[in-house]
Ligand binder design. Sequence first.
Ligand SMILES: [Fe+2]
Ligand SMILES: [Fe+2]
Length: 307
Amino acid sequence: MISAGEFVQKSLELHLFFLRIMKEHSFFLEAGFIPKDQALARTAEAFKNKFSQLLKQAVELANGNVSEKILRSGEVVTDNTIAAEEKTEELSGIDIDIELTRRELRLRSGRGNPSLETKVEQLNAAAIRETRALIDFKTLLLNRKLECSLFTWHFPLLIEHLLEEAEFYVEHLEKLQERIAPDPRQEIVGEKVFWDDIMGEHAQFISHLLDPTEKTLIAQADTFARVFARLKQQAQRFQRSCRTGRRLQGLVAEEMRATRSLRNFKSTGEELILACQVRSIIIPLLADHVLREANHFLNILEQFTDR
Ligand SMILES: [Fe+2]
Ligand SMILES: [Fe+2]
């Protein structure tokens, strides 16, 4: 059982990362529809606005109640999030609440205040409800895409990927609502299996969204996809066996090297995209989004090794 203070802090830290992720998934979906499907685009826009509101509430509650490490990790906002949002808004013509990002950059750290427990519990419940609704919407889009009754500019694997991230967020929130104390060893392996898969898929998306002439970057992305497929297999083997802690430390160390390297590749990629130096169909906010997800995973790994 976790304390009220821990519950407040852990919930808000999770929201700062995942509510923005859900808001941006909604934006990516909204921007990917063709003119015929404007009703679906409006549904995606409504999700984007709803997650923006929830994130605003989370940011208000988080001020003074989340760790310095989270605020500095680059998983909440990066140095380039505002630039990516401005350029994406200019390119898409779709509104993005950039003031909210500025507000996040001004957040202060502190320990979770236990008196916020009820408010945070309500926010968690609202986030679970809204994310479940978004999961239903993503499932509908995926099914319609697979039966070829819908065209969007997103690969089916990308929609599946967005779906899995949303389910993972809900699972974490449900555990927090039950005040379940985490088991660090179990948890790190579970996180690793999940995020290895996500990192590998990011590398595959980057490879497929680059212009075919960008051969060097495509080859680098393909190498990352192979590395993370191998790391995921290792983690799954570890999950099935009852190996010792030392073996786990080795796996985490290897994972950190690979994730740092992928994070740097994504960060350079975002800089190049913002400077119009790379040929691709990667919208700048997507580049910033996948960078934040790598920073989030890295932060989980670092928290494990700092214990
Ligand atoms: Fe995502
Ligand atoms: Fe992702």
